[in-house]
Design a protein around this ligand. Sequence first.
Ligand code: NAD
Ligand code: IPM
Ligand code: MN
Length: 346
Amino acid sequence: MAQGSAVHKVAVIGGDGIGPEVTAAALEVVAEAGVCLDTASYDLGADRYIRTGEVLPDSVLEELKGVDAILLGAVGPPVGSKKVPPGLLERGLLLRLRFDLDLYVNMRPFSGVGGSIASGCDMVVVRENTEGPYAGEGGILRRGTQQEVATQGSVNTRFGVERCVRFAYQLAYDRPARRLALVHKTNVLTYAGDLWSRAFEEVGREYPEVSTDYNHVDAASIYLVENPARYDVVVTDNLFGDILTDLAGAVFGGIGFAASANLNPARTGPSLFEPVHGAAHDIAGSGRANPVAAIRSAALMLRHLGEEAAAARMEAAVEKLLAGREQAQPFGSTGEVAKSVCHLLA
Ligand code: NAD
Ligand code: IPM
Ligand code: MN
């Protein structure tokens, strides 16, 4: 049953560790939901680097610019790997895609799994995705000497912050609760905090219907655990968003359930969809990887491609699977979960 009118060209980067396993499971559910994708697999990640020394050849990046969407599993070597230098793949592949494709919003929705402390709650974190400490500002001087200096600055442009904040306001406006919280650390990061606060306040004047709040990121970590219902939409910088969304993953039932959309809202190129989690080398190949985050990420991708009905059916099937679940209940294998979601597609 093909639903959309066009065939969507999707680049699939399974990547490392559990990445290929959860991506295959997600594609199985997409096919069962009746969406026909024209997929092309890209062999990128640790194995390719170890084999060829290549991370993301320019020719591949150019090709990726021409697809409709990118579905990614995870990239990165085992922590402490001797074969791949730290950050080489993360910066050279994932961050390069986020930066070069101008994926300036990392939208991470959470919906509490039955039995978790956030059961019945849902929230979305809008993480700025191209700036902050991730931008690459800084350097190292006199390396290996007693006088060694390392700096890693946070880059916050008015343009970059404002477009992210505006996206978050619009998202909050479109949700029933219409609440938006800025999370930052304005009591210490006074320069970046000042810029973020002013952008938040000024863009907020365009959205008088959205009620706003502000929390320092340390306090937000308490509130998220103690009262996950407190938040509707949260907007925050790149690094705070990275950390808070792993925490939110755990609070809302487990990191294996958390999806993300790296969006180019202007649609000047493809957007990229991936789980919040990483390559999880500790469980790779064991069949224990939870594919729900990848399945939900694929649903976000389908919605972005205009396949709303199939996306909603996939999300509803996942909700059905998770609704009655007790926290302590064992979860099936990667393949079993994908099959269950397929069976629950209405
Ligand atoms: P990780 O997210 O891979 O794993 C953290 C913990 O969560 C592990 O105990 C793991 O077993 C568990 N976990 C993660 N996903 C799971 C799933 N689907 N089901 C069940 N359990 C799951 O974080 P890490 O160990 O810090 O990173 C491993 C590698 O992945 C590193 O190289 C890191 O840079 C990379 N990474 C990549 C991405 C990405 O590609 N988007 C994201 C995060 C980390
Ligand atoms: C994520 C990951 C990435 C990040 C790494 C792998 C570069 O942790 O997507 O959350 O820090 O953004
Ligand atoms: Mn992360």
